[in-house]
Write a new protein. Structure first.
Length: 269
């Protein structure tokens, strides 16, 4: 398959199995550098599996995944970590690390020695703390932070890897209304200022994806059923088909699209 350097991510006829379970089915999509992509679909549809396939954690049985011009599953872990960074939903609770230590972990792929960080690594980490407004938390244990502070710390850790692609899994699932918006603003601002960085976000919050993402990938039962702008993909018909939910979609006074779920089709009279 020819490598298209004009694309950030490209997948063709990709199939992935968990033993005999067909988790991803004939996945095909292209993402351009500098796009924010929302990955939506119901629980168990394959969103997290797709993220893990993009960053090489999972290997497909067939097909190909190209990231930043390279076939990701033929790259070393160090090469992958310089290309892709991950923002998980949660940080392991048994990690007894403070904020600066967590962020410094993101510099690991760039270390020239076996262990110790360089002065440049520390400068980059400190700049990231300032960028995401968590400098005052640098010595605080990660497990003592609020959900919003912890999420910003994980984004800072991913940022200092200097990735071409940032993969974000459920960044707002435990956040209140204010922090949901702030985390998405940080991600959007990051993408716009770091030109060429692609951000892919898996989320259940459809309204946030519509508000912030350039394009939406809609997934159902391990298959991509639609790719396009938020208004093209998030329709009443698609929500009913993929989620089994009757909803209303309208624009508010500012012109923003709002998805209002009304009822599960399972219980509709």
């Amino acid at each position: 398959m020819p490598v298209d350097n004009g694309l950030s991510i490209s997948s063709s006829e990709l199939n992935l199995y968990y033993d005999n379970y067909h988790a991803l089915k004939n996945i095909f999509f292209d993402v351009k550098p500098g796009e924010m992509i929302g990955l939506i679909g119901p629980n168990g549809c394959g969103k997290s599996t797709l993220l893990k396939t993009i960053n090489g954690f999972l290997k497909p049985r067939s097909g190909i995944m190209i990231v930043d011009g390279k076939e990701i599953h033929k790259s070393s872990l160090t090469e992958i970590s310089k290309t892709c960074s991950n923002v998980p939903t949660e940080f392991p609770p048994d990690f007894n690390l403070n904020v600066i230590e967590v962020v410094m972990m993101g510099r690991y792929p760039h270390r020239k020695g076996l262990w110790w960080e360089t002065e440049q690594d520390e400068v980059i980490a400190r700049e990231a703390l300032a960028k995401f407004e968590i400098s005052h938390l640098s010595k605080r244990n990660i497990n003592q932070l609020s959900s919003g502070e912890r999420q910003r710390t994980l984004i800072a850790k991913a940022y200092v890897q200097e990735p071409k692609v940032m993969l974000v899994d459920e960044p707002t699932s435990h956040l209140d209304m204010r922090f949901k918006l702030e985390v998405m603003e940080y991600l959007r601002d990051l993408m716009e200022k770091e030109r060429g960085m692609t951000i892919v976000i898996a989320s259940h919050d459809i309204n946030l994806m519509v508000k912030y993402c350039d394009r939406i990938i809609l997934v159902k039962n391990g298959q991509i059923v639609g790719i396009g702008t938020p208004e093209e993909i998030v329709t009443e018909e698609n929500i009913a088909d993929v989620y089994g939910v009757e909803c209303s979609i309208f624009k508010d006074s500012t012109g923003e699209v709002i998805v209002h779920p009304r009822c599960s089709l399972r219980f509709k009279d």
